[in-house]
Design a protein around this ligand. Structure first.
Ligand code: 2RA
Length: 340
């Protein structure tokens, strides 16, 4: 016997990946429902070798459904998650709405699986921000060995993090640079993204950080350890899929690069590709479609006593969103609902 699973936002980038990954990982389903807004009603989406016709989120009855993977943004989640949760359907939400709620677990299964037992307070589980998810998978094993004091991270985030319109803008703007009269003005971002980088993701806060940078700080503390000091600079880059991050850590105990490399090699969810030769590292275009978070460029930071630098790349639609949500569903099934 399997689970009755709902995917809300089934026509978006993340929703489609959720369906793909549920099928790829042969999640034990008895039934899958693909929900969308009125605007996308009836659109057909793939679920493995099947095609699902999207149903209306506004009228859907969640009663009798085991879990619902939400990828509909904070505003819509605010309306529909409580409806689903009240009907007894556990919500696994990819938006930021519940991530900072003390009554809602924020989970990366490789880091804090035991937090799953806190889901019943609101019948809701939060999925972290994409740039956080890939980073904490690498931080957790290093923290357990040498206790991380401080993290300095710079991100290079692909446009798929902003959705399909931003991907279209990058494509059209890039083409428009070479065809006179077909220039495309910035719409998804404050400035041109083609052949450019933009040091702003989400809105600015009073501190001068952007909300994306605040999320990385706050979520890392909730998932790994509140004592870790984190500072982030999040940058949008002209890449379609795949977030990259340059990560610097300072630890309580000295950890040499070779031991760090071995720890990361052994850690769940990570693949280490780290050769000090041309091409001996992973780039975003190579991570697309993969489940792994890739680690390269591991080396001592000799400017401080206990410092390490490394490079971290992952498919932001997968580990950064849909894969982590499906892994939470697997954890919920294995540890709590125990069907199948
Ligand atoms: C981004 N992390 O990359 C944000 C939301 N997915 O745009």
């Amino acid at each position: 016997m399997g689970y009755k699973v709902v995917v809300c936002g089934a026509t978006g980038n993340v929703g489609r990946e959720m369906l793909n990954i549920l099928a790829e990982r042969q999640f034990p389903v008895d039934e899958v429902a693909a929900l969308a807004s009125r605007r996308s009603l009836g659109t057909e989406v793939s679920f493995g070798d099947k095609t699902l016709k999207t149903q209306d989120l506004d009228t859907f009855d969640f009663t009798g459904w085991d879990m619902a993977l939400f990828a509909i943004g904070s505003d819509a989640t605010k309306k529909y998650a409580p409806i689903a949760a009240k009907a007894g359907c556990v919500v696994i939400d990819n938006s930021s709405l519940y991530r900072y709620d003390p009554d809602v677990p924020l989970i990366v299964p490789e880091c804090n699986p035991d937090a799953i037992h806190g889901y019943s307070k609101k019948n809701i589980i939060a999925n972290p921000n994409c740039s956080t998810a890939q980073m904490v998978v690498a931080l957790k094993p290093l923290h357990e060995r040498a206790k991380i004091k401080r993290v300095v991270v710079s991100t290079y985030q692909s446009v798929s993090g902003s959705g399909k319109d931003a991907m279209d803008e990058l494509w059209d703007q890039t083409k428009g640079m070479f065809v006179p009269g077909q220039e495309v003005e910035p719409k998804a971002y404050p400035k041109q993204i083609a052949f450019n980088v933009i040091p702003q993701i989400d809105v600015f806060m009073d501190s001068g950080d952007t909300k994306e940078e605040w999320k990385m700080v706050t979520e890392t503390k909730k998932i790994v350890d509140p004592s870790i000091k984190v500072t982030a600079t999040c940058v949008r880059v002209p890449v379609f899929v795949g977030h990259a991050e340059s990560i610097n850590i300072e630890t309580e105990e000295f950890l040499d690069e070779d031991e760090a490399r071995e720890i990361l090699r052994q850690a769940p969810g990570l693949l280490v590709v780290d050769k000090r030769e041309p091409g001996g590292y992973v780039t975003p275009v190579e991570c697309v479609g993969d489940f792994a978070t890739f680690i390269s460029r591991i080396r001592q930071d000799v400017t401080i006593d206990n410092g390490l630098n490394f490079w971290c790349v992952s498919d932001n639609l997968r580990k950064g969103a849909a894969l982590n949500a499906v892994q939470i569903a697997e954890l919920l099934g294995r540890e709590v609902l125990k069907k199948g």
